[in-house]
Structures are given as C-alpha cells and as structure tokens.
Design a protein around this ligand. Structure first.
Ligand SMILES: NC(=O)c1ccc[n+]([C@@H]2O[C@H](COP(=O)([O-])OP(=O)(O)OC[C@H]3O[C@@H](n4cnc5c(N)ncnc54)[C@H](OP(=O)(O)O)[C@@H]3O)[C@@H](O)[C@H]2O)c1
Length: 348
C-alpha cells in the first residue's frame, strides 16, 4: 500500500522527537510535516530542535522545515504531541478541517465522544467515533491516548480485571523526568531528590483508568466502578515510569494464578496483527528485584509493560509492580498503535 502522509504536531518536544524517531522508518506512514510553536516555526528542524535522544536525527527529517499547525499541512493523519493548552485550541480545528488526529494530550480524553484508547485493552471504544461524527460534523476525527502512567497501570490491571474483577487499587508512582517534557523539571530540584507532587496527575490516572477499564454499552462508555487511591512522585530517571500497587479483587487470585493470567494475555480484538504491537503486551519477571525501569523500560522495543514482584498483600489481596516506557508505549508508540488500529478498522 502507499504510505499515508503524516504530520507531527509539537515535533521538537520530548514526545515529538520520539514520533520522529519511530515514524522515519514506518512501513505504513511517512513523515510529511513537522510543527512547532512560534519559537521554532520557520526554522530547519535540525537547527531549532534540542534533540535529546541517543540516536541521531534521521537524515531524511533533519532538513525539513518546522511549520505552523494549520489546515495547510500536507498530511492525512496528525500525531499530536502538543501541550494541553495548544491541543485544546488546535486539535478540534484540525479535526474539523479533515485530518485524523491521534493525540497524546489530555485536553479531550474525558470528552464523551472522543475515544481514549489502548488497542489491546479497549479497542472497541473506537465505536465512539460514530457519535463523534454525528455530534461534531467534523470531516476528520480525534482519538486520544492515555496519560503515560495510566498506560503502565491499566495494561497491568486489564488481564487481571477480566478474570478476577478489580475492585480497589492503592498505587504509588515513580515517574521519570522525560514525562515532564523538555526542558522539564529543573536540575536543582530533581537531582538527589524525589518530588512527591505532579500537579493533576493522580486525578488523571484515576479517571482514565476507570474509563479504559469501563464497559462500552449502547454507544456510551460506562466507567468501571473501581476505587483508586494514587500518589505520584517525580524521580531522577531519564525514562520509565514505575507503579507500585496493591489490588483488591472480587475473587482473590493467588500470585501463581495472577502470573498465569498475565502471561497468557494477548489483548483484545485482533490487535496482535498491528505492525507495532508487541507479541506480549504484558511481560512477567519472576526475579525478586524486577521490574526495574532502566532494565525493563525497553522491553519489546518499549511496547510491553513489565510486571513483577507479584505477592500477597496483607491489607488488600495482591501487590505488584509495573514499569512502562513513558515516551514510547506511554506516548508516541502507543499513539502510533492507535493509528494502526484506525487503519486496520478502515477509518483511514
Ligand atoms: N513526556 C511524556 O512522557 C508524555 C507522555 C504522555 C503524554 N504526554 C503529553 O504529550 C504532550 C507533549 O508532551 P512533551 O513531554 O513532548 O512536551 P514538550 O517537551 O514540552 O514539547 C511540547 C511541544 O509542543 C510544541 N508547542 C508548544 N506550543 C505550541 C503551539 N502553540 N503550537 C504548536 N506547537 C507548540 C513545542 O514546540 P517548540 O519547541 O517550538 O516550543 C514542543 O515541540 C503533552 O500534552 C503531554 O502531556 C507526554
């Protein structure tokens, strides 16, 4: 098939750079446009982008110009790595103009006619697009990906929820600095330190978890009735978010039963066929000192969530720890998987 021309909105930021890296060599998509704020618009990408990834800027992309995020972009699909405020104003305008927008921003995740998707978990929620089309009358579409930490929590919970019914979750996060974008958290605040507050993050994680694990009935999503208590922390790591969690179930599994269910999980709705889908969305490590962000964030090219330390909990039922790569599965790669799902379902 001919490659679909795509644009990256906010291509100079932490997530935007991941999109550039991942899409430079994607078999279905071809980078046709890069956008930035007033600060970088009109410049050559290589000159205006403070590139922070280890691999060099892909040769074919470095000389491209950074453009404004407007209707003239020569693309059909737009990956949005815009900050919330810019996403709020630009994403609907671009969807109205006819682009299919796959967004990483939180601006529209809670809207009742905007799908919030992890393909393996709730790809069926894409059916909300019918409601979006009739409500909004846009020529294009808007689909969102969850917060990066939500992804690490929900992918670990989903297989267990299907079999044992999750009722309560008490979770503490340890989130890497790249999760705050570039330049992000000041060096003097984060080195030799933990910051026990990421504004708005715990609320987002709670609400998004309930939406993602909720049912889709009569054209609506019904949030899951799961009680969540979440505390978030910024820690001095480059990439990789860790979530320590205790879970209460409707039917309490033994650690061995939980391990078996997590290992057998392959996701729902034929998503395993998508180009970027990992063979196993969830990997289980049995070593007592895993998962570790530095060693496990790159599992399956950063697409699998790694779960370990699965033990009985003396207060709730089970304890475990998950690690997700925040700018890959938790952002750019997750969004690309959403776009592949849209292609496979005929929306593009
Ligand atoms: N970092 C993560 O792990 C992560 C994970 C999941 C979701 N997200 C979400 O993804 C989005 C991007 O996050 P990030 O970490 O990549 O942030 P970032 O490093 O601050 O990058 C923001 C990007 O947006 C551009 N931008 C700012 N205002 C703009 C405007 N008015 N018009 C066009 N472009 C504009 C910036 O361009 P200039 O360089 O030209 O200023 C930059 O490229 C956010 O909504 C964030 O919440 C991030």
């Amino acid at each position: 098939m001919d490659k679909i021309p795509v644009g990256i909105l906010g291509a100079t930021g932490a997530v935007g750079q991941r999109f550039v890296q991942l899409l430079a060599d994607h078999p279905w998509f071809e980078i046709a446009a890069l956008t930035g704020s007033e600060r970088t618009t009109g410049g050559v990408y290589r000159d205006v982008c403070r590139w922070v990834l280890d691999e060099d800027i892909p040769e074919s992309i470095g000389e491209m110009s950074v453009r404004e995020s407007d209707a003239s972009l020569p693309a059909r699909l737009l990956f949005s790595a815009l900050p919330t405020r810019a996403a709020k104003s630009l994403e609907p305008v671009l969807a109205e103009s006819g682009f299919v927008v796959c967004s990483n921003a939180s601006a529209y995740r809670q809207d009742p006619d905007v799908p919030l998707i992890i393909p393996e978990v709730n790809g069926d929620h894409l059916a909300l697009l019918e409601r979006q089309k009739s409500n909004r009358g846009w020529r294009g579409l808007l689909v969102t990906s969850p917060n990066c930490t939500t992804t690490g929590l929900v992918m670990a919970l989903k297989p267990l929820d299907q079999v044992f019914g999750v009722r309560q979750v008490f979770a503490t996060t340890m989130q890497a600095v790249s999760g705050a974008g570039y330049p992000g958290v000041p060096y003097l605040d984060i080195i030799d330190n933990i910051i026990p507050n990421i504004p708005g993050e715990a609320e987002k994680i709670g609400q998004e978890t309930q939406l993602l694990l909720g049912k889709f009935e009569d054209g609506k999503r019904m949030p899951a009735e799961i009680g969540l208590s979440i505390q978030t922390n910024r820690v001095p790591l480059f990439d990789g978010h860790t979530v320590n969690m205790s879970i209460k179930f409707e039917r309490s599994p033994t650690p061995d039963e939980a391990i078996e269910v997590l290992r057998e999980y392959r996701g729902s709705g034929g998503t395993a066929e998508l180009h970027s889908a990992p063979e196993q969305p969830v990997l289980v490590r049995l070593e007592p000192d895993r998962p570790q962000p530095r060693r496990d964030r790159g599992a399956s090219k950063g697409m699998s969530v790694t779960v370990g330390s699965i033990r009985p909990c003396p207060l709730l039922d089970l304890r475990m720890i998950s690690v997700v790569h925040n700018t890959l599965r938790g952002a750019a790669s997750g969004s690309i998987l959403n776009a592949e799902l849209l292609v496979s379902k005929g929306y593009l």
